[in-house]
Design a protein around this ligand. Structure first.
Ligand SMILES: [Zn+2]
Length: 278
C-alpha cells in the first residue's frame, strides 16, 4: 500500500512567492542558466492526461576533461522545496568565471509534479529517490523505480560523467528541527569536505545529536557510508568520488533553509574550483 504524505508549502520573502510556485521557479531558473550560458538537456518528461513536466539537466557550456566534473541536484522530493530555491540562490551568486574551472551540471528539480503541490511523491505516488539498484557494474531498475528514476537511468552514462568528481544532492527532513548529512566516501572516515558542509549547515540550525535517524547511525551530524537504493548511492557505487546528501530541517523557517542550501552548494562548488586552481 502506498503511504500518503502531507502537502507542505511555505511563503518565501526572499522570492516573494509560495515555495511550490513552479512557474516562478522556472522563471528564476531560466534567467540564471541563461546568464551562466548553461546548456539545457531535456532528459525526458513526466506526464499524465493533464500536464507534462519536463526533467532537465543543465551543464556548463564548455565541458573539458581537464576540469573536475560535479553534479548538484535538488527537488527529488516535492515537499523539500528549499533545495531547488537554494540552488537558484547559489546560481545567482555564482560568477561566470567559476564555470571556466569546473564542469558544473545541475538537476535543479527532479520531481516537478510533487514540487507543484508540495508533496514528497510524484503524481503517480512514487518516490523519485528510490529504485536505483547498483548491480554488476550498472544501475538497474526495480518495481520501486519511479518514472523520474527511469528517465535518470536512461541517461546514466551522462550523469555518471557529470558527477565523476562528486555529487551533492540537497534534501530536507520536514519532521526535524535539526540538520545532518549523508556522506559516501571511499575512506574509513568522513573527509574535511563533509565536516565543512556540516558546519555550513550548522551556522543556520542545530546539528542533530548522535543517535539514529531513519534507522541510520548519525555521529557528529553525519551518516557515513550508508548504502541504499537512492540516486546518490547508485552514482557513488558506479564511480563518483564522493556523494553528499544534505538534510535541512523542514520545521525551521523557510528562507533560512533556502540560505543554508545556497551556502552548502556554493561551498561544494568552490571546493572543486579551489582544488583545480592549486
Ligand atoms: Zn528527500
Amino acid at each position: 500500500m502506498t503511504q500518503l504524505f502531507e502537502n507542505y508549502q511555505w511563503n518565501s520573502a526572499l522570492f516573494n512567492c509560495q515555495s511550490n510556485d513552479l512557474q516562478q521557479f522556472e522563471r528564476y531558473l531560466s534567467a540564471q542558466v541563461k546568464r551562466l550560458n548553461m546548456q539545457a538537456i531535456r532528459l525526458g518528461f513526466v506526464d499524465d492526461s493533464h500536464q507534462q513536466y519536463p526533467l532537465f539537466l543543465y551543464q556548463s557550456a564548455n565541458l573539458c576533461s581537464e576540469k573536475p566534473s560535479i553534479l548538484v541536484c535538488a527537488g527529488f522530493h516535492g515537499e523539500e522545496s528549499a533545495g531547488p530555491w537554494g540552488l537558484i540562490s547559489a546560481l545567482a551568486q555564482l560568477g561566470s568565471s567559476v564555470l571556466n574551472k569546473v564542469n558544473l551540471s545541475i538537476l535543479p528539480l527532479v520531481n516537478p509534479s510533487g514540487f507543484s503541490i508540495g508533496n514528497r511523491l510524484n503524481l503517480f505516488q512514487q518516490n523519485p529517490n528510490r529504485g536505483f539498484i547498483y548491480q554488476s557494474g550498472q544501475v538497474v531498475s526495480n518495481p520501486h523505480t519511479s518514472v523520474e528514476g527511469l528517465i535518470l537511468q536512461q541517461s546514466m552514462a551522462t550523469l555518471l560523467a557529470a558527477s565523476k568528481h562528486g555529487i551533492l544532492t540537497c534534501h530536507e527532513d520536514v519532521l526535524l528541527h535539526d540538520t545532518y548529512l549523508y556522506a559516501l566516501e571511499s575512506h574509513a572516515l568522513p573527509s574535511p569536505l563533509s565536516y565543512q558542509l556540516r558546519d555550513s549547515l550548522g551556522r543556520y540550525f542545530p546539528i542533530a545529536a548522535d543517535g539514529e535517524i531513519d534507522e541510520c547511525p548519525v555521529k557528529d551530524g553525519i551518516i557515513f557510508n550508508h548504502f541504499d537504493s537512492s540516486f546518490e548511492s547508485a552514482l557513488f557505487q558506479s564511480g563518483s568520488q564522493i556523494a553528499i546528501c544534505t538534510e535541512t530541517p523542514g520545521q525551521q523557517e523557510f528562507d533560512q533553509r533556502v540560505l543554508a542550501n545556497r551556502d552548502v552548494m556554493a561551498l561544494f562548488i568552490n571546493h572543486f574550483v579551489n582544488e583545480n586552481s592549486q
